[in-house]
Design a protein around this ligand. Structure first.
Ligand code: SF4
Length: 302
């Protein structure tokens, strides 16, 4: 399913998700990725799903849901979709559009033009140096750190909507005082509307640990001391996951992008009059997997 949810989002309220990219096709292979290791590391922008299909599926879902944003948040990098501009333009009449991108292709003018059509855009800034960027985001070898940062700068200068950054802090990768100082300076320089800092709260693709509360506090102090509006996102989102009328499809489409806690799954199923046997069936069919992280069980599409 291309359209999923709405799901609760810590930044956007109720978010109606659009998954416009096949599973784990991405320009990065981030160590902390919550949907697993990248299966196709690529920088080739191309056609994936038919534009008509995306518009039809999202419109249908939008008509039967209440949401704050229609959000392009696939299980890959949304700007790899060459039709993104056309899709955003076509969906704008249904509500506000958000795009969550790793920003690696913003140096391409057509990508910036596509994102100028959105109302809210989140760009990933996990590092202020090439070395840390390569370590944490594991980019496609053809990408250049300087070009990525220049792309973000150009985008933020030309964008009339709300542009925010998201920085994922990972223990021993980008949470030292020196790294945080440099990230804070870079954020100041880029002049975005708001900086969000988070740390992995779901099972990561590689064996990495979340940053400590001390590191998150330090990041907050360093960034806010430069006059930047900053918020720490260390708690799970609170709210209701809408699995729609077909519970199997609904669960698989959400957990492809957004692994769910058992408590959230139980609640979502109960809301639609189903019990946990739906999940047990998906597990026995090997379409869903269960992972433990921080003592919590998460369910993810296989
Ligand atoms: S976190 Fe985002 S950018 Fe990083 S590998 Fe996963 S999908 Fe790609």
């Amino acid at each position: 399913m291309i359209a999923f949810g709405p799901v609760p989002s810590r930044r956007l309220g109720k978010s109606l998700g659009v998954n416009n990219i096949p599973r784990k096709v991405c320009t990065y292979d981030c160590v902390y990725c919550q949907i697993g290791k990248t299966e196709l590391l690529s920088v080739d922008r191309r056609n994936f799903f038919k534009v008509d299909r995306i518009i039809k599926e999202v419109s249908k879902r939008a008509k039967s849901s209440k949401f704050d944003y229609i959000t392009f948040v696939p299980d890959g990098e949304p700007t790899l979709d060459i039709n993104l501009e056309e899709e955003i333009k076509a969906l704008k009449d249904l509500g506000k559009i958000a795009v969550i991108t790793n920003a690696s292709l913003l140096w391409i003018e057509e990508v910036r033009e596509a994102l100028y059509q959105a109302d809210w855009v989140s760009v990933k800034i996990d590092a202020a140096t090439k070395e840390t960027w390569k370590k944490i985001d594991r980019p496609h070898p053809s990408l250049s750190f300087d070009r990525v940062i220049e792309g973000i700068r150009k985008f933020s200068e030309g964008f009339n909507g709300i542009s925010v950054s998201e920085t994922m802090l990972v223990s021993n990768y980008n949470d030292s005082e020196d790294e945080l100082e440099e990230i804070a300076s870079l954020l100041k320089d880029l002049n975005l509307s708001k900086a969000y800092i988070s740390t992995p709260t779901r099972p990561p693709a590689y064996d990495v640990k979340p940053a400590s509360d001390d590191a998150l506090d330090r990041a907050y102090m360093l960034i806010s001391s430069r006059g930047i509006d900053v918020e720490i996102l260390s708690r799970p989102e609170v709210g209701f996951f809408d699995i729609g009328d077909d519970p199997k499809k609904g669960i698989l489409s959400i957990t492809a992008v957004h692994p769910m806690r058992e408590t959230d799954l139980v609640r979502a199923l109960k809301e639609k009059g189903y019990d946990f046997s739906v999940v047990e069936k998906l597990l026995s069919e090997k379409r869903l997997e269960v992972l433990e992280y921080g003592g919590v069980k998460f369910y993810r599409k296989r």
